[in-house]
Design a protein around this ligand. Structure first.
Ligand SMILES: C[S@@+](CC[C@H](N)C(=O)[O-])C[C@H]1O[C@@H](n2cnc3c(N)ncnc32)[C@H](O)[C@@H]1O
Length: 300
């Protein structure tokens, strides 16, 4: 026999069910907010209990992670160039190299290398070595922070004298023992130029010369980076901004005199480098920015 409920009973049951559902929803919300509160205050608690130093480490790790995601990996400089060493020599149409070469050759024409003791700091794979060796030095020694780059150099010049140095860039040079110091596109990788330049000035004989070229600090400040690809992953070779007036002032204070100097700026004459790489947007952004500078100095 079918039962039919009175409308008032149905309404009461519906009210009860509606009430239960509201309580369930409220409980679910409460659970969520308890979980959220635990996470929030738990993290806050851990954070506060951490000493300042480790908090800094945590912030550093987060920033590093974000940087890696945004701009590619930035390993230690020696590791970066170890990774880069296999493909470093294979860079056709490298604007920075060409700008460097222009300044380097101009300076080299003003210096007599015959019978001289020459040292190349941050020598890499020995890109300038054919021309340096052809100039007749009595010795040519290269120093670099990357074993990989030095191995590449040795594969091209098996008799070469080379030395591995640390990230501080300080080569083991005797006082007043060197006629010519060459350093191309390396100084900005060294965190502190003062002890490096001091070391060079100390090692140079009176009348000795320094041929320096480097990635321009203005380009670095403008956001330019030295990047490369290794096994389909992008890497950055870390650089530091050493303002040019500061470098010049340091050199002068160390007893060196600037004989010649130059800068190479991104202008219409180098537009085709960017065009060939399909990077005209980068060209527009870099127009007017000096990319490479060079200084030829003599020790008084
Ligand atoms: C852009 S490459 C230039 C190599 C070479 N001089 C040239 O012009 O092709 C920079 C070189 O500097 C080296 N380097 C970077 N930091 C260094 C440091 N702190 N001390 C010595 N060499 C360093 C790198 O390993 C790399 O071989």
């Amino acid at each position: 026999m079918a039962h039919s409920m009175a409308p008032s009973t149905v309404a009461a049951m519906l009210r009860i069910e509606f009430g239960i559902r509201k309580v369930k929803l409220a409980l679910r919300g409460l659970k969520k907010s308890i979980l959220f509160t635990v996470i929030k205050y738990g993290a806050g608690f851990v954070w506060l209990r951490n000493p300042v130093g480790s908090r800094r480490v945590i912030i550093g790790m987060i920033i590093q992670k974000l940087r890696r995601v945004l701009e590619g990996r930035t390993p230690r400089i020696g590791v970066a160039y170890d990774l880069w060493s296999n493909s470093y020599d294979d860079q056709p149409g490298n604007l920075v190299w060409d700008m460097d070469e222009e300044l380097f050759e101009r300076f080299l024409a003003l210096v007599d290398l015959r019978g001289k003791t020459v040292v190349d700091i941050g020598c890499g794979t020995g890109r300038h070595w054919p021309v340096l060796l052809a100039s007749g030095p009595v010795s040519l020694t290269g120093y670099d922070v990357s074993r990989g780059m030095l191995d590449k150099l040795l594969s091209k010049f098996p008799q070469a004298r080379v030395g591995l140095i640390g990230e501080d860039g300080i080569a083991p040079l005797f006082t007043g023992s060197v006629d010519i110091i060459v350093s191309t596109l390396a100084l900005a990788h060294m965190p502190n130029p003062e002890p490096v330049l001091r070391n060079w000035a100390r090692a140079l004989k009176p009348g000795g010369c320094l041929l320096l070229t480097d990635f321009h600090p203005a380009a670095l400040s403008h956001g330019a980076k030295r990047t490369f690809v290794h096994e389909n992953r992008s890497f950055v070779a870390r650089s530091f901004v050493h303002p040019l007036p500061e470098v010049s002032r340091l050199l002068i204070s160390l007893g060196l005199e600037v004989l010649d100097s130059g800068e190479r700026v991104v202008d219409e004459s180098v537009r085709h480098y960017y065009e060939q790489k399909g990077a005209l947007r980068a060209y527009e952004q870099s127009k007017g920015v000096p990319m490479v500078y060079g200084l030829l100095c003599i020790k008084k």
